[in-house]
Design a protein. Structure first.
Length: 213
């Protein structure tokens, strides 16, 4: 008699054991999961506090772009910047997932600048230090005073233009993902030798008008 084989899981779950002896052998090799043990076991408290986990993870994340650059740029060649830019565009698009999940307002330039500051801090850690300067509801400026990527880049003397390309890809994509009617323009950049970064959030139609002048 053909007996359903309950011992095999996953892609082999449709197999059959034709005899009771085969069934016994199969169950010994592929035992069914034990659903009685550890059902109510609670995870032990983690020795590292949550805020420290965030700081450690973000500190490591800020090192990775520089480490990848040092390791792979020469091997990849002239396509390295273009390929890496796609990664930062993806990261920027994830900004919209955060603001949507936590219902952060992104209806105008002021709200977008604040959201960008919050998202960048979540992604890259508390070393990100910025101040917001409101000009109008449709035009706002985010002034970045401290950036972990710049700090790590200076430690290994990484070229500033490499750092700038990453930040530009992330920041512009993030703003446009959070609100397609707006974009971002860099006025100053620490990567390129300025004392701070200055990013202007504006409506796209205003940018188009300024470019036509």
């Amino acid at each position: 008699m053909e007996i359903p084989c309950i011992g095999i899981r996953g892609k082999y779950s449709g197999l059959k054991c034709r005899t009771a002896e085969q069934r016994k052998t199969c169950k010994n090799i592929f035992p069914a999961p034990d659903t009685t043990t550890h059902r109510y076991t609670m995870a032990a408290p983690h020795p590292v506090p949550d805020d420290m986990k965030w700081q450690i993870a973000s500190r490591l994340a800020s090192c990775l772009p520089v480490l990848y650059d040092i390791t792979f740029r020469d091997a990849v060649g002239e396509d390295y910047d273009l390929l890496e830019q796609q990664i930062w565009i993806y990261v920027g698009q994830e900004a919209n997932s955060v603001v949507s999940s936590y219902h952060l307002p992104t209806g105008n330039a002021e709200e977008l600048a604040r959201a960008l500051d919050l998202v960048a801090t979540v992604f890259f850690g508390p070393e990100m230090r910025a101040e917001q300067v409101k000009i109008t509801a449709e035009r706002s400026v985010l002034v970045l005073k401290r950036c972990p990527f710049v700090t790590k880049g200076l430690e290994v003397q990484a070229p500033g233009e490499h750092l700038f390309q990453r930040c530009m890809a992330f920041a512009i994509t993030a703003v446009e993902a959070m609100n397609p009617d707006y974009t971002l323009r860099f006025v100053r950049s620490m990567c390129m030798g300025d004392g701070h970064c200055e990013m202007k959030v504006v409506r796209k139609d205003e940018v188009s008008k300024e470019e036509k002048k």
